[in-house]
Design a protein around this ligand. Structure first.
Ligand SMILES: [Zn+2]
Length: 390
């Protein structure tokens, strides 16, 4: 009797010995355009890493098999601008269920938490999440006494913000600031100068949201350095990348030339088809495509990353270019996990199964303009750290 009770364990270990892979993704088309990989092949995962890519891997060699026939097998998507710090403000959303249905395996929170909430971000968001979570710390702390001078107050938090980022480099990528008269009133430029000083001192990238002037675009661009990120690039607001002639401003081109990165950051108010079309017609494509997803736009107009990708394809980008902007490039910016954002043997087993459907699909921008697309990207499955999420 005793012996019998040991049998399932023995059987399990025998299965693990005879089945070297934990998960096999079978019959899909592998796409990793940054590495020029486009190949119908099977991909096997072991211990959270991609263990093998071969034309035909026997199903019997894996404990679990996913049928990927008809799907594109791509690196897990990386969303560089989200709000997933649940609890730190009213905005954040839980990244796991949305990651599971949308293929996003790496989430970057862009300034939902300030230095005084960073430990809560680690403990209650980064650690319990199945997906990978990183963040840009927000410069503006949460509990200002209304009697204190606001610029002095933000300057007063500079050192704590820098030190918090330096001590938590494994999860904090840089500093986020919202620059725009609607966000930080008339203090935006003062705050931006403080952020500049902070990022120079602690050698951190700055992510700047742009929305309404003042300050003016040229003033903002002047303060951006190589490796910094401008998000909401396709807004149609007064603090944007386009001049009155509908062309990309010289200061914006100059910023890109010296290595400033430009991110889509769709959001509730920041993605406009017309603005995007004009900028793209002037040759100004995004470095990264992100959603700026949070609880006020997850039920539209953002919905999720595949919908944002569909919008960029509708505007003329190829699927491969969209994939580079949602995998390899944000992985390079993150620069925290070796091999992230690629489908290579030895790389982390973060994988999305996508499909491009043909038909007639309404797409809505932030100003509620609706256009009809002939294609859309859909997610068929998500694997993060070798574990199937959806
Ligand atoms: Zn945002």
């Amino acid at each position: 009797m005793l012996r019998r009770s040991f049998l399932p364990l023995a059987a399990a270990s025998l299965a693990a010995q005879t089945r070297p892979y934990d998960l096999l993704i079978k019959g899909g088309e592998l796409r990793d355009p940054a590495r020029k990989l486009k190949r119908k092949a099977d991909l096997a995962i072991r211990a959270g890493r991609i263990a093998s890519i071969e034309d035909d891997i026997a199903p019997a060699s894996a404990l679990q098999v996913m049928n990927a026939a008809g799907s594109l097998v791509v690196p897990g998507l990386i969303d560089l601008h989200t709000h997933c710090a649940v609890g730190a403000s009213g905005l954040g959303i839980d990244p796991d269920p949305i990651g599971a249905r949308s293929g996003v395996t790496t989430w970057v929170d862009a300034g939902t938490f300030a230095w005084d909430q960073a430990m809560g971000f680690r403990r209650f968001v980064v650690e319990p999440s199945k997906v990978r979570v990183f963040g840009f710390v927000y410069l503006y702390p949460s509990n200002r006494n209304p009697d204190t001078d606001v610029v002095k107050y933000v300057r007063g938090g500079m050192r704590q913000t820098g030190e918090m980022a330096a001590r938590n480099r494994d999860i904090i990528l840089g500093v986020k600031l919202q620059v725009g008269s609607n966000m930080n009133g008339r203090y935006s430029l003062d705050f931006l100068k403080i952020a500049r000083e902070l990022c120079d001192q602690y050698k951190l990238p700055l992510m700047a949201h742009i929305s309404f002037s003042p300050p003016e675009t040229d003033e903002v661009m002047e303060l951006m350095r190589p490796g910094d990120i401008v998000t909401h690039m396709y807004n149609r607001h007064t603090l944007g990348i386009l001049g009155p002639d509908g062309k990309v401003k010289a200061s914006v081109r100059e910023a890109r030339r010296r290595g400033v990165l430009f991110d889509v950051g769709h959001g509730l108010g920041s993605f406009n088809f017309e603005a995007a079309r004009k900028a793209m017609a002037d040759g100004f494509l995004p470095d990264t495509i992100s959603t700026d997803i949070y609880n006020l736009n997850v039920n539209g107009p953002v919905y999720d990353m595949p919908t944002t990708m569909s919008k960029m394809m509708h505007l003329g980008m190829s699927l491969d270019d969209v994939l580079v902007c949602t995998t390899a490039t944000p992985a390079r910016i993150l620069n925290r996990v070796p091999g992230l954002g690629t489908l290579d043997v030895g790389a982390p087993a973060d994988v999305a199964l996508l499909a491009v459907e043909e038909g007639s699909f309404p797409l809505i921008d932030s100003q509620r303009a609706t256009e009809t697309a002939k294609q859309r990207v859909v997610c068929k499955g998500t694997i993060c750290r070798g574990i199937r999420l959806g």
